[in-house]
Design a protein. Structure first.
Length: 217
């Protein structure tokens, strides 16, 4: 467990259009707010938010728009599956009244890398949404932190929506301190270390069992 982080964030994956639509509908019916994201693409393409208890027709419309946007912009037939279906996190905003992007949502970006045999983390930047957040207005520029996509819509330079994270002024702006960064970096390195070690072992074990079963049959 980590002092400043939630223990888990719920998510599922969908391998087809019908599976994606069905899972979104089930989650919305249970009162959840949902975000979907296609696999392996960028610029904020294909990301859709379901926050307002949309009906089935609206859900299908947004899913088809997402898949089509991937087809048109990345030349990937049938969209970029698997899609991730994640619980929407109502993240905080910049509260510094003197900052030009006051009220904008943001996210921390941590680079994790390997130096020889040691996994290390570097607190790189924060990515800031293009518009100040208003819960009564459903505008994706208030929610997407992709600097390239936001820059194209606002005609402002990409760097306007990024701030250096290893900077005391940035930390003051966000109401964070070095202890917060240390905790996030510990989480990031622990997670990547798990992926490199434990997940790799699990995959090898699964393949081993799979081939053993096939040989037995």
């Amino acid at each position: 467990s980590f002092k400043y982080l939630d223990p888990s964030i719920e998510y599922e994956t969908a391998l087809s259009r019908d599976d994606l639509i069905n899972q979104i509908m089930q989650k919305i019916k249970s009162g959840e707010q949902v975000v979907i994201k296609p696999f392996g693409v960028g610029l904020g393409r294909g990301i859709e938010f379901f926050l307002d208890n949309e009906d089935e027709n609206e859900i299908i419309k947004k899913v088809d728009f997402s898949i089509k946007s991937i087809e048109n912009n990345f030349n990937i037939k049938n969209g970029s599956f698997p899609y991730t279906i994640s619980k929407y996190i109502d993240a905080t905003v910049i509260n510094d009244i003197n900052h030009q992007l006051k009220g904008h949502k943001y996210e921390l970006r941590i680079i994790v890398y390997r130096h020889k045999s040691v996994i290390k983390a570097f607190p790189a930047i924060i990515k800031i949404a293009g518009l100040a957040y208003d819960k009564n207005v459903n505008d994706r520029l208030m929610l997407i932190n992709n600097a390239t996509a936001v820059s194209a819509k606002t005609n402002l330079p990409r760097h306007a929506f990024s701030l250096p994270l290893t900077n005391l002024k940035t930390l003051d702006t966000l109401g964070l301190n070095q202890e917060h960064l240390i905790e996030v970096c510990k989480f990031a390195t622990s997670y990547i270390n798990y992926c490199l070690n434990d997940v790799d072992k699990l995959e090898k074990e699964c393949y081993k069992n799979y081939y053993s079963l096939n040989q037995a049959n």
